[in-house]
Ligand binder design. Structure first.
Ligand SMILES: Cc1ncc(COP(=O)(O)O)c(C=O)c1O
Length: 446
């Protein structure tokens, strides 16, 4: 076998492919099979640096918090630990992962939806200090937990600024489940919660948090939210002379390319850094927290699948792959256009299969017996060579994919291979087997 023959790959590397050659894909698939997730350590570090750098114009300290809901693979968490990242957690399961990875409790911000007292006890026992509360009862539960554990958490209030958000996923809307309004008619309002914390010692008021949504490309919502925060902070200062915000967390939302160009983090930061600086001038310097899941991990990962069948239906070609929405849920849920590219199979005779231009109406369909299991095609997709045996790489799949793996149709979880910063590939999650799934589903309890 002549290596020189193998290296003739009849395609240029797709601009979204950051870290693997066609040869890498072929040899990794030979070892681990398909479907297969690949993740690049260097991209994760780069994204962490890029997001932090984007806010360097802010006059106070800046912290980037990784929302591990986007991808909780321990190898990803450990990668970000090397960057000194803060971790944004929202469940005891995530806390378990962080604890097992030996992350520093100082680097945790905990924002729960359930806000139960026992939950908070475990979070405080772990040593986490920065907690975001989203309801009056949640705040009281935290205070009770703090009294029991003997700690005084730095407590932030999650506000719902009730601004219009244009985003793929909106998290701030009137009467929504997240956070409290500035001035609701009930105890569930930021005004009442600030007052409570100013008058009680169990919790130390630390600041505010909002999260407007995910994949935000129109930044006017931040502008409006910050203007409302400014007015609210002025009002709070008048009512409570000791009022001071130490940490202000503007949540996630930094977008990622799927189908249309999106603004970069520095373009995003440019929209609101001046306003944040004004807030700091008016109300005193605070630590700015930027949360991010999607941006930090999306571009780090590729899902490799294999074309297992094709059929022609009038002038349409249906290309069936061995992946499906059970391992790429947002393709069905959000109609996310993950860019795809065909990677040629390098067969036993060292030949690279010739790549045939796709017919106009080519559809990529998943393996599930479900109408919604069809992959939207991105403007950046290149389906040249979409024929049986070749591979399909789905790009920018690192966020909200692995975490949603599900066994619909008794499907197993694919393995994950990481390319370390030294260039070596390493298995970081084993694939699961049908037998494991059978056991998990109680197969041996009958
Ligand atoms: C509170 C909070 N912060 C941050 C994020 C991360 O958002 P994104 O992945 O868009 O950066 C989320 C996502 O749901 C969230 O709920």
């Amino acid at each position: 076998m002549e290596n020189s023959q193998l290296q003739i790959v009849p395609k240029t590397i797709h601009p979204l492919n950051r870290f693997v050659t066609a040869l890498d894909v072929n040899s990794l698939v030979a070892k681990y099979g398909t479907p297969l997730y690949l993740v690049d350590e260097e991209t994760l570090h780069q994204k962490a640096r890029e997001l932090h750098r984007a806010y360097s114009g802010f006059k106070g300290p800046v912290k980037v918090a990784y929302s591990i809901k986007a991808n909780f693979t321990p190898a990803v968490v450990r990668t970000f630990m090397k960057d000194g990242m803060t971790f944004d957690l929202t469940s005891l399961g995530e806390l378990h992962f962080i604890r097992q990875c030996n992350a520093d409790p100082e680097n945790v911000i905990y924002t729960s939806v359930t806000e139960e007292q026992e939950e908070y006890e475990q979070v405080l026992k772990f040593g986490a200090k920065r907690i975001v509360v989203s309801s009056y009862k949640g705040m009281i539960n935290l205070a009770k937990a703090a009294a029991k554990i003997g700690s005084r958490p730095l407590t932030m209030i999650r506000v719902n600024p009730e601004v219009g958000v244009k985003a793929e996923v909106r998290a701030s809307y009137k009467n929504g489940k997240f956070g409290v309004p500035f001035n609701g008619g009930t105890i569930d309002s930021a005004t009442k919660m600030v007052k409570h914390m100013m008058e009680n010692d169990l919790l130390k008021f630390e600041g505010f948090h909002f999260h407007l949504g995910s994949q935000i490309t129109d930044f006017s919502c931040y502008t409006h939210a910050l203007d409302k925060m400014d007015a609210f902070m002025t009002k709070m200062k008048k009512e409570h002379p000791n009022f001071h915000v130490n940490t202000f967390d503007i949540g996630g939302g930094t977008p990622v390319f799927y189908n249309d160009p999106v603004p970069t983090p520095s373009e995003m930061a440019k929209n609101h850094v001046d306003r944040l600086n004004q807030l700091a001038e008016t109300h005193g310097i605070f630590t700015l927290m930027i949360e991010s899941g999607r941006f930090l991990v999306a571009e780090s990962s590729i899902l490799v699948s294999r074309i297992v069948n094709t059929k022609v239906y009038n002038d349409h070609k249906i290309v069936i792959v061995d992946a499906g929405y059970h391992i790429l849920l947002d393709a069905a849920l959000l109609k996310q256009e993950y860019p795809q590219e065909i990677v040629p199979v390098i067969d036993g005779s060292d030949r690279i299969a010739s790549l045939v231009a796709p017919i106009k109406n080519t559809h990529l369909a998943g393996r599930l017996c479900d109408t919604y299991d069809v992959f939207p095609i991105s403007k950046a997709s290149d389906l040249t060579g979409a024929d049986v045996g070749n591979y399909v790489s789905f790009y920018n799949v690192g966020a909200y994919s692995v975490v949603f793996n599900m066994p619909f149709h008794c499907q197993t979880k694919p393995p994950i291979v990481m390319k370390d910063s030294d260039g070596k590939f390493r298995l970081v999650r084993k694939g699961t087997t049908y037998e494991q799934l059978f056991q998990e589903e109680g197969g041996d309890l009958a």
